[in-house]
Design a protein around this ligand. Structure first.
Ligand code: HAM
Length: 420
């Protein structure tokens, strides 16, 4: 039988690699819960119709969705993003507004796997429903910014744009179609025949011929109605007031169709340009109504966890070893001490592991070294008889006896002394 492996575009995170995952998830929960966002969990798969409003002309829906008919004959899809699922839950449960939710979830897109681009990937994000106030856009954008700062990722470029609304977008769209049609022959093969279906897609195309035509195209920010312009100005003023540095990028187009007015992206400066979007989001005031719910403005973002980790590893982050074990119990006096000491220290809040199977002292010391623990707690027959424990700094140093009764306070003292 051939060796079984994980599918292309997916990966395993082993216990030895997962402490950074824990760090980025915990930091996110802490940042957004302080602003009143509550955790939401939704199903990994939904009725395919939940995702159709992301946009029939987007790659995400057209080419990348994992959809299938299940054994009960239902057409379902693995979620390609979380926003539509949260909107579905909002419509279904009708909570009072404003309603603020945060999530950490995996998503599925059938993309060409490469560094920073996976078929199953993870996002952390927030969504806020029920207020058209531009100050809510500011809160949302600033929370993402604060999150990166809390991880020590400072090489982030925040790009902001406005995509207008139903009052000003139709006229802009017409102008854009006119511009693109006049230069149709210069566009790439994919977009030459798709101008009318969704002209904004052309602006998002990364291929050189389309980029040249896009550069000269009319810009939505120059064609906003008075309300959209006032909204954008208030967002700019709010970000300035909070000292969140940003740049207006009139060419910023998001890959999903539900956006209105404010859109934004956090670009990671330490990442390759093909995968430098650490996260992005914006307002989607029309999505809930388009999905059959009450007219409800909303705004949110999602941040890619894998890309955030890449940015951390690129050296701009803290990379703290918060999950390192404090101690490893080496017991070659029968096993009772390993059982009792590890349980007692864990209950006292220490991170402790131990060996099993009555292995030799040498083999247990090897496991202690491999575990990455800071201290070995050694109980041989002599220590056991004397009611003591040997403490040994695993980065070097001699073993010292301490009284079992003083173990918690002695271990805490030594850990504090070692932590920079
Ligand atoms: P998105 O731009 O499609 O937006 O995805 C957000 C982030 O997810 C990206 O910036 C990137 O970091 C990460 N990401 C996307 N695709 C992949 C992939 N194949 N592999 C690894 N990472 C990936 C959304 O999903 C919207 N739901 C954001 C939003 C929330 N808008 C409003 N609320």
């Amino acid at each position: 039988m051939p060796e079984l492996r994980n599918p292309p575009g997916t990966f395993d995170v082993l216990p030895s690699q997962s402490s950074e995952w824990q760090e980025v998830l915990t930091a996110f929960a802490s940042t957004v819960s302080r602003a009143g966002y509550g955790l939401i969990l939704t199903p990994t798969f939904e009725d395919v119709a939940v995702f159709s409003r992301i946009g029939d002309t987007t790659d995400v829906v057209r080419k990348e969705m994992y959809d299938f008919v299940d054994k009960g004959g239902r057409h379902v899809a693995l979620r390609p993003e979380v926003t539509a699922s949260v909107a579905r839950a909002f419509i279904q449960h009708r909570p009072a507004t404003p309603w603020k939710a945060w999530y950490a979830a995996s998503n599925f897109r059938f993309e060409r796997p490469q560094a920073g681009r996976f078929r199953e990937f993870h996002q952390v994000g927030i969504e806020a429903f029920g207020s058209p106030d531009p100050d809510l856009d500011v809160e949302v954008i600033a929370l993402g910014w604060e999150y990166f700062a809390s991880l020590g990722i400072d090489s982030v470029d925040l790009l902001v744009n406005s995509l207008g609304d139903q009052a000003c977008r139709p006229a802009y769209r017409e102008k854009l179609v006119e511009h693109l049609s006049a230069r149709r022959e210069e566009l790439c093969d994919e977009h030459r025949d798709r101008i009318e279906a969704n002209p904004l897609r052309v602006l998002d195309c990364k291929r050189e011929p389309c980029r040249a035509v896009s550069a000269a195209a009319p810009r939505q920010v120059d064609n906003l109605c008075a309300d959209c312009e006032a909204h954008l100005h208030r967002v700019e003023a709010g970000l300035k007031a909070l000292s969140v540095p940003f740049r207006i990028d009139p060419h910023l187009v998001r890959g999903l169709d539900y956006y209105t007015r404010t859109t934004f992206e956090y670009a990671g400066l330490s990442l390759d340009s093909s995968q430098n979007a650490l996260g992005g989001g914006g307002r989607y005031d029309g999505l809930v109504a388009a999905m059959g719910g009450p007219d409800t403005p909303a705004v949110g973002f999602a941040i890619g966890v894998e890309r955030t980790l890449l940015a951390l590893q690129a050296g701009s982050g803290s990379g703290a070893d918060a999950e390192r074990l404090d101690a490893f119990v080496v017991d070659f006096a029968g096993g009772d001490a390993a059982r009792d000491i590890s349980a007692r220290l864990r209950a006292g809040g220490f991170r402790v592991d131990r060996a099993f199977d009555s292995r030799s002292a040498k083999s247990q010391f090897k496991s202690a070294d491999r575990s990455g623990a800071r201290f070995a707690l050694v109980v041989g027959p002599d220590e056991f008889a004397a009611g003591t424990v040997g403490v040994k700094d695993l980065s070097g140093g001699v073993q010292e006896p301490i009284l079992l009764a003083d173990l918690d306070s002695e271990l805490r003292r030594r850990l504090d002394r070692r932590t920079p």
